[in-house]
Design a protein around this ligand. Sequence first.
Ligand SMILES: *Cc1c(COP(=O)(O)O)cnc(C)c1O
Length: 344
Amino acid sequence: MPTIKINKNNLFDNLNIIKNKVKHSNKIAVVLKDNAYGHGILEMASLTSEFGIKKAVVRNMDEALQIKNYFDEILILAQTDFEQLNTSYSHAFHIVLNSLEHIEKLPKNIKVHIKVNTGMNRNGICQDSLEVAISGLLKKNIQICGIMTHYKNADTVSCDYYVQKQHFYNIKDKVIKLCEKLSQPQPIFHSCNSAGLFRCENFDEDLARIGIAMYGYLDNDDVLDFPKLKPVLSLWANRISTRYLNKNESVGYGGTYKTDKKIIISTYDVGYGNGFLRINENQEFFTKDGYRILGRVSMDNLSLNTDKDEVCIFDDVRSLAKLHNTISYEITTTLSPFIKKEII
Ligand SMILES: *Cc1c(COP(=O)(O)O)cnc(C)c1O
């Protein structure tokens, strides 16, 4: 069986860099959505809580229920099953309001963060609807714990980030005044994901929602001065079988790899069925120790010119992301949740 190894030291180093930037671990909410970007939601919940993190962010209630015992607060980004919200809500859960229409569907007495659309045009209400949203929520005795937004372009050099940030400052002023008028407690304000945080000169918000940086990556334009982080996940595979191939023999589907001399070749137990996306004969990928993947990756196998019992397929996904013309997020998130995890 293949194994995902989680490097605890690297994770803690990344968390320390993030903590220094936000100034207090209470201002970090670790983003554990989608099986913690493929790292294993339970493993990452346990490690980050051991580090001292008290807040997490997930996609839905199913994920929140899995990690309930590790955190004081869990922000749920996109719960669309409102029935489940009625039956399984716990006060550690903070529900993101993504649309005005959802207010009537929300149960009474819950905790909500209002997402405001400041330019990404994905989820959230517009600034002009804030008053309506707040009064609608208060009518249902819903506690407005936070106001949040999300950047569309924090990882690229453009002014979009600053435009959205300014927009969010204006919203913050407006909400603070509104709360005074209504004699309501002031909610917290948060806008930053990983890239957003590291673009701040001085972070002055109440919370940062940190995903990819904790896992050791920041996909960004090279000109941005981001810290050196350490990838946390590595993928390992075990040898299934070994044979010698003579000159002019081939390996795998399509027989696309042809030997130019006698070589030893082994099959390892990882493939696209494990979420290690298919690599074909036109692509060149070398494992961590420099073995080229020979021929096409199959569903459960790939072939390498070695007979080592265990090989590290990668301990950094950046070259793989480049090869597949995607971002590091997609490479780790695609890994099958069934791959066993080992903390090292
Ligand atoms: C996924 C997500 C994050 C985390 O983003 P990273 O770039 O991985 O740090 C933060 N906020 C929201 C709303 C998200 O959906």
